[in-house]
Write a protein of this length. Sequence first.
Length: 432
Amino acid sequence: MINLAFIAVALFQQPAVVLKNVSIVDGTGASVRRNTNMVISGGVIKSIGQPVPAGAHTVDLSGKFIMPLISNAHGHLGNVRDTTMAASNYTPANVRHQLQRYQDYGVGAVLSMGTEQPVGVKIRDSSRAGLIPGATMYSAIYGFGVPGALPPASMGFSHIYRPETVEDAIKDVDELAPLKPDVIKIWVDGNPSMKEEIYTAIIATAHRHGIRVAAHVYRLADARKLATAGVDIFAHSIRDSVIDQAFAEEIVRRKIVYIPTLSLDDLAFIYGEDPEWLNAPFFRNALEPGVYEMVTSPSYKERLTNNPATDRERSALRIAMKNLQILYHAGVMIALGTDSGAMPIRVQGFAEHLEMELMVEAGLTPLEAIRAATLNSATLLRAEGRTGSLEPGKDASFIVLGKDPSVDVRHTREIQAVWAKGQKVSKGPVGE
């Protein structure tokens, strides 16, 4: 039998480690703290900027930068393998593989948004207990959709509640609640869309159980009704219309968290434009087998060119970026999420870094985008007491970067190491 108490004592008694001459992007939005020391002991940050304690093991990080691990507040696990999407792809080995990939890319936690298979509950519990390596898994477990509509069962989303009456909705939430989902996910838009009385009942019943609700949303009209119904999280951007200031202020007043998922729209069309990162190892090493060949094939690019949805995606991204700027400056909490893992082209690990770049293109500063990806997303996960920022008393979990991300957010891709709870756990996706 494993003696957990012995392990805990042994971890606590490990000698202190000091990162010397390191520059710290702490995740709070504060300016970079340059060329300082960080003392780590027992997996926790003990001090920043203090003298090196006697007997400590030192690691010289001169010229390096560290930032907190990213939390992806909207992802999916297990559904994708190679170029396929199927329920049969959801195995413990595949989920664990994807959690490890996320960690290699500096993603320390991922909220899987409502598309688990039954075995996923045990994986979530093991991950949260620290029993398996990789990013920590949070989950909405089984989401709520519409019969014959979103989310499409053809994409492998087979364990979805699809209530047709208010009574069904209440019963389904009551059935799900004992599994302790971190949030409840509802797919509201689509054809047909979820009826207002159905999602209102889901939200009210979830709140009775103390569970927040995140909505898959596209249209401004739906978002207004969802806000009135008490939704807690917009899990996607509003992309059909520009948000007015009055509604932005309502979102602030209701304390709704907003997850833009800008990369979802970008990755729907950008492969046809040969982006500069297409052949970079940082992108290619994140791909499932066969995906690179698929997205660079002439036939794939031709389909993008001829598909009317491509122009709609470009327009949706422009509106989404405008709305992010409006909401951010209104004071809405913005958290990073990408919808990575829902489809092979939404690449786990890479998409999270692309998302920060798109946030900056939308008008946030690099430090503001990093805060959205770290402290804000950890706050959404209710993990901000342990993670999300580099401060004394929090976990020593961070990414070591070769360049300064505060001057160019694309420098978050310059990963040289990933640390979790005071231990180096990865050399990064392109490390030697």
